[in-house]
Write a protein that binds this ligand. Structure first.
Ligand code: NAD
Length: 356
């Protein structure tokens, strides 16, 4: 069933307030999750709410947290997010870290001990909207590992995403936002909820044999997601663990405590002022020229058009804003169920949904 994005925002905000978030936090998290759906990343949209609710109930995720924003050392700023809602904590941390840019032309942020920060592209887009170029890496601990490094049949790390974006004024920002697993875990959850198989190459079973069936992995962490791009993508995922985990956080997947429904993110960000390199308009022109140069390439056989990273998100936003966001029945059932855990009546929640 397709629903309007506005009505999903209303439902999400209501659930978050039921979890204990104040108005500001509920707005930030609801906007983040619905924008993830609009961008085509249903893995990191409203379907995350049941997990957040369980984390709040378990005491692993804390509404309305005030992060410890430490004083910068040079251009490096550390933050302890104290298990607050990551969407909110990350924006506060970035704003705090970016105060070093006027003096140093660079801000480096290490935010540890955060609740789930969800779609990492949110943060590279946020920096781009302020005129900065940025790179972000996130590791995930607190739950059983889910990604098998290249050459292993056992999972050892999580889906450790990376995002980066260029800032180009009012034009579309080139923006890469990807898990270092072949697909994000949430895509296996969405496939399982819809009762469909996963594409080839995304999953292995407990014996290391490729499989397309997400159920055992999603329900029992039986089996693993594959790292993308064999040894190269796997190496990138391991280095995300080292940068965000060993360097920034106090934990990597090898040391972290496993909690029921836990997901602790650490964020390593590098934010640059392009004015330190050249005249900003010259840099923007080069970036836009390069964008157009890639767009002029002849498509490969079976491909209609060459896309720049970030273009699928922009197109999905236009299409889904106009035609609604598909949310499967199982996900809606889970949303109503978690609402019930917080004494929110299903009928009141359902009444917020508007079919597109
Ligand atoms: P994906 O594979 O759908 O897209 C990855 C990137 O490729 C995007 O930047 C997209 O613009 C680009 N892209 C897609 N198709 C393209 C094409 N045909 N041509 C050119 N570029 C193209 O994304 P994913 O790896 O499944 O990740 C999904 C989401 O999961 C991301 O938003 C990520 O931040 C999020 N994530 C979050 C966590 C966390 O713990 N917070 C962990 C893992 C992933």
């Amino acid at each position: 069933m397709k629903y309007t994005s506005d009505s999903l925002t209303d439902l999400t905000r209501t659930l978050l307030k039921g979890f204990g978030c104040d108005d500001e936090e509920a707005d930030i998290v609801a906007d983040h999750l619905v924008l993830a759906n609009l961008s085509g990343h249903d893995s990191h949209g409203v379907g995350m709410l049941p997990m957040y609710g369980l984390q709040v109930l378990g005491g692993n995720l804390v509404p309305n947290q005030a992060p410890d924003l430490f004083d910068p050392i040079g251009a490096i700023t550390c933050v302890d997010a104290k298990r607050g809602f990551g969407h909110h904590m990350a924006l506060k941390s970035l704003d705090h870290a970016m105060k070093t840019i006027p003096e140093h032309k660079v801000a480096i942020l290490g935010m540890r001990n955060s609740g789930h920060v969800s779609r990492i592209g949110t943060y590279s887009e946020y920096c781009a909207s302020k005129g900065y170029v940025s790179l972000h890496m996130v590791n995930v601990v607190g739950h059983d590992s889910i990604v098998a490094p290249h050459g292993s049949r056992e999972s050892a790390i999580s889906t450790n995403p990376i995002s980066m974006a260029m800032a180009v004024g009012n034009k579309a920002h080139p923006m890469l936002d990807m898990a270092t697993s072949t697909v994000a875990f949430g895509k296996a959850r969405v496939a399982h909820n819809k009762g469909v198989e996963m594409p080839d190459g995304c999953l292995i079973d407990r014996d290391g044999v490729p499989t397309n069936t997400p159920g055992p992995m999603v329900e029992n962490r039986d089996g693993a997601l594959t790292a993308f791009g064999e040894h190269k993508g796997s190496g990138l995922g391991l280095f995300v663990e080292l940068f965000a985990g060993a360097l920034v956080s106090r934990d990597t997947a090898s040391t972290a405590e496993h909690m029921p429904h836990g997901a602790i993110n650490a964020l390593f960000s590098v934010i640059l002022d392009p004015a330190a390199f050249d005249d900003v308009s010259a840099y923007e022109e080069r970036t836009n020229d390069f964008y157009d140069y890639i767009k002029r390439l002849k498509p490969a056989q079976g491909t209609e058009e060459v896309l720049m990273p970030g273009e699928p998100e922009i197109r999905n936003r236009e299409e889904r804003k106009a035609n609604g966001i598909e949310v499967d029945e199982e996900t809606i059932r889970q949303l109503l169920e978690i609402g019930g855990e917080f004494k929110l009546a299903s009928s009141n929640l359902e009444a917020l949904l508007v079919k597109a």
